[in-house]
Design a protein around this ligand. Structure first.
Ligand code: ADP
Length: 349
């Protein structure tokens, strides 16, 4: 017996079987009633029977298979067929089942990947929405608390009214920072970042960032300076405003997590086609087990310290997105109580 016969083989066996049976019946009938007289009919008759049986069974098998396969194709291709496609001849290739099986397997594969993608997105969205509401809750509760205390009489208490208002205002600022960072992340993650590449002097840009953050650094008596003897050519090709954001976030972090009277040093190192920019501080540092996560959204080593500093927990993930959009890399080295060094590369001009 043939395993997995093709439709033609099935028709062939059916036709042979029918021919044999008919032949036997006729043989018996002729023998009983007439005696056997061999003539050309004995050759033509089985041949005719065979052809008729073969083509009839093949026609019905083909139609049956076509109807079944049509349903499968309609399901997997999910499209309406054009009149030409509908009238196109249906080819009953010997490998028809293997072909359909292959196509269905490919279709199932694509479906599985799509489902996995949707699942990942659904999980990502759920986590993101959870993270956001958690982040927003803290400042909103604080503002609510201070305002209610003021309404309940605190407004007339000279000792607390001003400080409650200041604390509420500080939390409004935190809310603003979170919302700003969230819209930056949303823009970056939706692929909406269009880089405006230009050639500029990275040292000059760093100087501008130092000037913007001077006041904050002075509050902790932290010095912002360049590392001596590093690099000569500071011209890079990148999106200047986005790199300003990167430098601002890194230098700002070095102040937020730096020790009072400390130092933040920025160095530039020539690396063949790229320039390595390093922002180093001698602050609190990051324990080893957290190093791989500091670029994750809302990840904080010390939650209360970050919140106290007005951080959204999104700064480093924004930085990473921007550097990756430039097809460059960013990394961090750190030792608790010694300090941290964040380094990223830029294309040299
Ligand atoms: P945040 O708004 O909390 O500062 P970031 O994404 O900028 O968020 O940083 C994530 C976390 O990484 C911070 O909460 C902090 O714990 C840690 N971190 C970032 N920069 C430094 C640094 N220079 N020194 C020590 N820890 C840092």
């Amino acid at each position: 017996m043939i395993k997995n016969p093709t439709p033609r083989q099935v028709s062939l066996f059916t036709a042979l079987f029918i021919t044999l049976i008919t032949f036997i019946i006729f043989f018996v009938l002729f023998w009983v009633f007439d005696g056997i007289r061999l003539n050309w009919t004995w050759i033509a008759f089985p041949f005719l029977i065979f052809l008729t049986a073969y083509y009839t069974s093949f026609y019905y098998i083909k139609n049956y298979i076509y109807r079944k396969i049509k349903v499968i194709y309609k399901t997997i291709h999910r499209h309406k067929r054009s009149p030409e496609e509908r009238t196109a001849k249906f080819e009953m290739a010997p490998t028809i089942f293997e072909d359909v099986e292959k196509e269905v397997e490919q279709w199932a594969d694509i479906q599985e990947k799509e489902i996995d993608k949707y699942k990942t997105w659904a999980e990502y969205r759920r986590k993101f929405v959870g993270d956001i509401s958690h982040e927003l809750k803290t400042p909103i509760f604080s503002i609510q608390g201070y305002l209610h205390s003021l309404i309940d009489g605190g407004l007339y208490d000279e000792e607390v009214n001003m400080s409650f208002l200041q604390k509420a205002a500080k939390n409004v600022e935190r809310l603003y920072t979170i919302v700003e960072d969230l819209s930056a992340i949303a823009r970056l993650e939706s692929g909406g970042l269009v880089l405006e590449m230009q050639v500029f002097d990275i040292k000059e840009l760093t100087q501008e960032v130092f000037e913007d953050l001077e006041m904050r650094a002075a509050e902790k008596n932290i010095k912002l300076e360049f590392k001596e003897g590093a690099g000569h050519n500071y011209r890079v090709r990148a999106d200047r405003e986005n790199i300003r954001q990167v430098l601002t976030n890194l230098v700002h972090n070095s102040i937020k997590y730096g020790n009072p009277n400390g130092k933040t040093k920025v160095g530039f190192y020539d690396m063949d086609k790229n320039l390595l920019v390093e922002v180093a501080d001698n602050g609190i540092g990051i324990p080893k087990q957290h190093l791989n996560h500091v670029f994750d959204r809302f990840y904080r080593v010390d939650k209360s310290r970050s919140r106290e500093q007005g951080g959204s927990g999104l700064g480093l993930s924004i930085v990473k997105h921007i550097i990756e959009a430039h097809k460059q890399t960013i990394n961090v080295r750190s030792t608790p109580n010694l300090g941290s060094t964040f380094g990223f590369t830029l294309e040299k001009a």
